[in-house]
Design a protein around this ligand. Structure first.
Ligand code: NAD
Length: 364
C-alpha cells in the first residue's frame, strides 16, 4: 500500500530524530511491500524564522492532506522571549485544533531492560508498568474563556465540556481498554467540579455498550498518588485536558526514560498526529546525542492507529526491544557514570541507534 506522510521535524533535536523515524518507516516499507511518500513542512521556531508565524497555513494544509503526520519537537531559547501567541509552542495548539485531534494517547511503558532507570522502589517496578493515558486535547480549561479584570488584579480560566466532547474521548478510552487489559479509569474531581460530574454521568451512560470493560472512577489527587504507589492497578486512564497533561507527564517520568515515550493524537476521522513526548532538547541539539527510540516507537503507533498495519507496528516494537536486549544504549538510558563506562562501544548516538533498529528489523 502507498501512504502519504507529512513530517514536521521542527527545532532542536527534532530533525535528527524524525530522520531516524523515516528511515525505520522506509525499512518497514521494503520489508512488507509498502511505500511511504514523505512531505516535509515547517512549524515552530524554524517556521517563525522562515515565515514570521509558528504554524504557516501551508503546513496545516500539508498535514490535512496526509494519511498521518510525524512531528519531532518545537521550541528553544531563541524564541523564548516572543509573546505567547507567537511562540513556537503555539504551533502545537494550532495543529491539534486544525486537525481536530481531540484525543491524546500516551503509553507509559517501561521496557524491562530499562527497569533500573525507574525511580520507584524495586518491588513496585517488579509488578510492571504499562499504562495508557487518554487525554482530552481540544477542550477544557486550556481552551475555555479566560481574562483579566479591568484593574488587572484578578484573572480567570474556565473549564467547560459538552456531553459530545466527553463522549467521543471516553469512547476512545473504552475501545483502547478493549484492546488491552479491559480496565478503564475515569480520572476527575467530581467531588468539586460540575464539569467532572458530567464526565461521570456520560461515562456511566456509555458503560452498557462495553460490558467487557471494567469502569472505575478516581479523583485526580488520589490518581497522582496512586501512580507512584501502585501503578500496576491502572490499565487505561481517560481524563480531561489539564488533568491529562499533568498525569501523563508524571506517568512518563516514572518510567525513567523520556527518550523512550511515544504519543498519538487522534480525531474522529482524518490523519493522526504522532510525536514523541519529549521536547526539542536544545542542550543536546545537533550533537548526535538524542535518543531516537521515542520517535521510532511513535512511528509504530502511527502504523497501528492510522495506517492499520498492526504486524508492521509489532515488528518495529520487537526490533527496538531486541536492540535493547543487545545492550545498546543512548546516553539518556545509559545509567550513571559507572554504567556508561562499562558500556564501551555499546554507548551510541542518534544515527547509530537508528542503524541498529533498521538492522534488527531486517533480521526479524
Ligand atoms: P525537553 O524534553 O526538550 O528536555 C528535557 C531533558 O530531557 C533535557 O535534558 C534533554 O536533553 C532530555 N531529552 C529530551 N529528549 C531527549 C531525547 N530524545 N534523547 C535524550 N535526551 C532527551 O524539555 P525542556 O528542556 O523542558 O524543553 C526544551 C524545549 O522544548 C522548550 O522550548 C519547550 O517549550 C519545548 N517543548 C516542546 C515540546 C513539543 O514540541 N511537543 C514538548 C515539550 C517541550
Amino acid at each position: 500500500m502507498n501512504f502519504k506522510i507529512t513530517t514536521i521535524p521542527g527545532d532542536g533535536i527534532g530533525p535528527d530524530i524524525v530522520r531516524e523515524g523515516c528511515r525505520v518507516l522506509e525499512s518497514i516499507g521494503k520489508k512488507f511491500g509498502h511505500s511511504f511518500a514523505f512531505t516535509e513542512a515547517k512549524a515552530g521556531g524554524c517556521a517563525i524564522d522562515a515565515t514570521g508565524e509558528p504554524l504557516p497555513k501551508a503546513t496545516l494544509d500539508a498535514c490535512l492532506a496526509a494519511d498521518a503526520v510525524l512531528l519531532g519537537a518545537v521550541g528553544g531559547p531563541k524564541w523564548d522571549t516572543l509573546p505567547g501567541n507567537l511562540r513556537p509552542e503555539r504551533a502545537l495548539l494550532g495543529l491539534r485544533a486544525g486537525m481536530k485531534t481531540f484525543a491524546n494517547l500516551r503509553p507509559a511503558l517501561m521496557f524491562p531492560q530499562l527497569a533500573a532507570a525507574c525511580p520507584l522502589k524495586p518491588e513496585i517496578v517488579a509488578q510492571g508498568l504499562d499504562i495508557l493515558i487518554v487525554r482530552e486535547l481540544t477542550g477544557g480549561i486550556y481552551f475555555g474563556d479566560r481574562g483579566r479584570s479591568a484593574d488587572g488584579n484578578s484573572a480567570w480560566d474556565t473549564e467547560t465540556y459538552s456531553r459530545q466532547e466527553i463522549e467521543r474521548v471516553v469512547k476512545i478510552g473504552f475501545e483502547s481498554a478493549q484492546k488491552r487489559q479491559k480496565r478503564l479509569c475515569v480520572v476527575d474531581k467530581a467531588n468539586i467540579l460540575e464539569s467532572s460530574r458530567l464526565w461521570r454521568e456520560v461515562s456511566e451512560a456509555m458503560k452498557a455498550s462495553y460490558p467487557d470493560v471494567a469502569l472505575s472512577y478516581m479523583y485526580v489527587d488520589n490518581a497522582a498518588m496512586q501512580l507512584v504507589r501502585n501503578p500496576a492497578q491502572f490499565d487505561v486512564i481517560v481524563t480531561s485536558n489539564m488533568f491529562g497533561d499533568i498525569l501523563s507527564d508524571e506517568a512518563s517520568q516514572i518510567t525513567g526514560s523520556i527518550g523512550m515515550l511515544a504519543s498519538a493524537s487522534l480525531g474522529e476521522s482524518g490523519p493522526g498526529l504522532y510525536e514523541p513526548i519529549h521536547g526539542s532538547a536544545p542542550d543536546i541539539a545537533g550533537k548526535d546525542l538524542a535518543n531516537p527510540l521515542a520517535t521510532i516507537l511513535t512511528c509504530a503507533m502511527m502504523l497501528r492507529f492510522s495506517l492499520g498495519l498492526s504486524a508492521e507496528a509489532d515488528a518495529v516494537e520487537k526490533a527496538v526491544s531486541s536492540v535493547l536486549d543487545g545492550g545498546w544504549r543512548t546516553g539518556d538510558i545509559a545509567g550513571g557514570a559507572q554504567d556508561r563506562a562499562a558500556l564501551g562501544d555499546k554507548l551510541v548516538g542518534t544515527r547509530k541507534m537508528g542503524d541498529l533498529v533498521v538492522g534488527a528489523l531486517e533480521a526479524l
